[in-house]
Design a binder for this molecule. Structure first.
Ligand SMILES: *Cc1c(COP(=O)(O)O)cnc(C)c1O
Length: 381
């Protein structure tokens, strides 16, 4: 068996490259010649299949230990395709703290079309158990939530969902297959915003789905081809390139994150620090130890009461004020005013997202420089 790091660099190569090029060509062809009428051709039209996209889809399937991979034009396009597996009357249990764009898709698009959803804290297995109905067809959640980094158990949720004949969909954007392989833990479908860590360089948007069984692969392929939100070949090539260094980047993201947490825990300007391994007695820590190889490169922290989050982020010079995460460069945002602004304030507070909460996607810079930047900004508030 080829090991994970070798797969990252060498996985999924197609066999139709006769030039000796070590990288998969970018096939800029929307259509393909038939040698003669009725020929059985491997490629016919780009939406249905493209060798450059096929390569990155295969790499992702190998990395997630799945049957087949599918690449989409954004994470939301992948999520839309996955949730298009369901029909009016079906009931889906979703994590109560999933990505905002996913909530928007659920509330503004899927609910009006007759699919039913219940929001549940998927860390609470008791609450999850109570949410199943005879119509429940799936449980959809993120292993690590944003921005409070609460961890749910893929293993426990998969066991429970399968007892209820429901499938399990995991958004693995935050951990990536380098840190967790949800399909190995029992999930049926894993998806990504590859815009984040898999791409890793803030230069494109992409989404990935990997399926566990052939039966599910066939359904997702039909949806990808019918809905049509495919990843373009140029982007597929960028994603291929990003994935080759996922291991090195993730190791650096994590080591920088640990150094920054140590610094934040000593700061008199900082209240609580949110990261799954901060509290060794927490359920988050137990799941991270049991089901992953690490908790990733995103952390959040609260400024002490009365300190001004706007002034703090506006004072940062190196760390960039921007949404998104998983990039080479460190990005900071204030969820109450940026990523989670659409949630009404009382609901936001009930979720634990205060105005003083700051989310940091730790990049690949020198940790000392990042800490120096945080330090000079703390001195200004
Ligand atoms: C960004 C993100 C998405 C959406 O992906 P896009 O590529 O922006 O469409 C979905 N889930 C999570 C966890 C994300 O962070």
């Amino acid at each position: 068996m080829t090991k994970f790091n070798t797969l990252l660099v060498r996985g999924g190569k197609p066999d139709d490259n006769h030039t000796g090029a070590v990288n998969v060509p970018i096939y800029n062809s929307s259509t393909y010649r038939y040698p003669k009428l009725g020929s059985d051709v491997r490629w016919d039209y780009e939406r249905s299949g493209n060798p450059t996209r096929d390569n990155v889809e295969n790499v992702c399937a190998e990395l997630e230990n799945g049957d087949r991979g599918f690449a989409f034009s954004s994470g939301m396009a992948a999520i839309h395709a996955a949730l298009s597996l369901f029909k009016p009357g079906d009931h889906i249990i979703i994590g109560d703290n999933i990505y905002g764009g996913t909530f928007r898709l659920v509330n503004d698009f899927l609910r009006p079309r007759g699919i039913k959803f219940s929001e549940v804290d998927t860390q609470n297995i008791q609450a999850l158990e109570e949410a199943f109905t005879p119509e429940t067809k799936a449980v959809y959640f993120e292993t690590v939530t944003n921005p409070l980094l609460k961890v749910s158990s893929v293993r426990q949720i998969s066991k429970l969902a399968h007892e209820h004949a429901a499938m399990v969909i995991v958004d693995n954007t935050f951990l990536t297959p380098y840190l967790q392989k949800p399909l190995d833990l029992g999930a049926d479908l894993v998806l990504h915003s590859a815009t984040k860590y898999l791409g890793g360089h803030s230069d494109m948007t992409a989404g990935i789905i990997v399926t566990r069984t052939k039966e599910l692969s066939d359904k997702v392929y039909a949806l990808q081809n019918s809905i049509g939100a495919i990843l373009a070949p140029q982007e597929a090539n960028l994603l291929r390139r990003g994935i080759q260094t996922l291991n090195l980047r993730m190791d650096r993201h994590i080591s920088n994150t640990k150094k920054i947490i140590k610094y934040l825990e000593r700061s008199d300007k900082v209240g609580r620090v949110y990261y799954p391994t901060v509290d060794k007695n927490s359920i988050d820590y137990a799941i991270i130890k049991d089901e992953t190889k690490g908790a990733g490169g995103v952390l959040s922290f609260e400024l002490k009461d009365g300190l001004d989050a706007a002034k703090f982020v506006n004072s940062l010079q190196l760390i960039i004020l921007a949404v998104s995460l998983g990039a080479a460069e460190s990005l900071v945002e204030v969820p109450a005013f940026m990523s989670h602004f659409e949630i009404p304030k009382p609901d936001r507070l009930a979720m634990g997202i205060k105005d003083e909460l700051i989310r940091l996607s730790v990049g690949l810079e020198d940790a000392d420089d990042l800490i120096a930047d945080l330090d000079q900004a703390f001195k200004k508030i």
